[in-house]
Ligand binder design. Structure first.
Ligand SMILES: [Zn+2]
Length: 307
């Protein structure tokens, strides 16, 4: 590889694999710009809550974009802390969405310290869940591990170590950066995994130690800096050994809600529950938790959805 790393057609809002020449290590990189800003701006979350959701989205895209089938990957965490629940939902068509449930006063109290509170402080005692959903014809695959460490990266590393027994390192970063268009939420994520290989140069352990040491030099602000291309980022880390980006795919902030879906959910409620939702003007209003779109329905529309 030369100093002039080739640019992939997608340069932002992307997930891609990377390969270090001759090493038994596979990697993935995610950069989220406009898509991250759209997801987080749809809510008025306190900054630490928005950052936690951003991490979950970057992680869902990192893991989900490696799937070889069509479906969805959900990253969820729930606990007894100020943030009760976070979910990021990745579709293999590159769509992302997510939301959090939290107690505002408790988040405020947890945010008094110098550093932004991390996953463990926000979620408390609880569980980290990864779910693969291949659609109604397949059984869902779910892995659950306790929330470990102060970040979702550590939860994910723990998950891969336990459930898949694959040595894994994960980095996630979320922050607000100033761009020409104003301030924007951005996120970045990177993951390396040791894969079994017989023909690796040197011992596998040495190679893994070296890759981890290089990976560790990756700074949070590099991961989210829009002026550093994905190729440049990887080149800075692994240039001595040759690294190439592969299979880049576009990511978008796209919700799956629709008026029809909302109507069919409401149709499954008992009539007395639905009646209680009718507002003074005779309409029912439902807000999508993921994207904050407000749907206004006539009670007749809900009844029609039952048929
Ligand atoms: Zn929605």
């Amino acid at each position: 590889m030369t100093d002039h790393a080739p640019h992939s057609p997608v340069s932002d809002d992307l997930a891609a694999a990377f390969q270090i020449e001759g090493w038994p290590v596979r990697g993935r990189l995610v950069r989220l710009g406009a898509a991250m800003d759209k997801i987080l701006s749809a809510h008025s979350y306190p900054e630490p809550v928005a950052a936690l959701l951003g991490e979950a989205c970057a992680l869902a895209a990192l893991v989900g974009s490696s799937l070889k089938f069509e479906g969805r990957l959900l990253v969820q965490a729930q606990g007894d802390g100020p943030v009760r629940y976070v979910v990021a939902d990745y579709g293999t068509d590159g769509t992302l969405r997510g939301y959090c449930r939290y107690d505002a006063a408790e988040v405020e109290a947890a945010s008094q310290g110098f550093a932004r509170p991390g996953a463990k402080t926000l979620l408390g005692q609880g569980v980290f869940i990864m779910t693969l959903d291949r659609g109604p014809d397949f059984e869902r695959t779910q892995g659950i591990t306790p929330i470990e460490g102060e970040s979702l990266s550590l939860c994910a590393e723990h998950y891969f170590g336990q459930s898949e027994q694959v040595p894994t390192k994960v980095r996630l970063a979320v922050g607000v950066v100033q761009t020409d268009a104003g301030s924007q939420w951005r996120a970045g994520g990177a993951m390396i995994q040791l894969i079994a290989a017989d023909d690796a140069r040197g011992s596998t352990e040495e190679v893994w130690d070296r890759t981890r040491a290089l990976f560790h030099t990756l700074a949070d602000d590099e991961l989210i800096d829009p002026t550093i291309s994905p190729e440049t980022l990887l080149f800075r880390l692994f240039h001595e050994d040759g690294v190439r980006l592969e299979d880049a795919r576009a990511l978008s902030a796209t919700c799956r809600c629709s008026k029809d879906r909302i109507a069919s959910v409401l149709a499954s409620f008992a009539p007395v529950e639905r009646d209680a939702m009718i507002e003074d003007d005779g309409k029912i209003r439902v807000t999508c938790e993921y994207c904050s779109t407000v749907y206004t329905l006539e009670p007749d529309e809900v009844v029609a959805a039952q048929i």
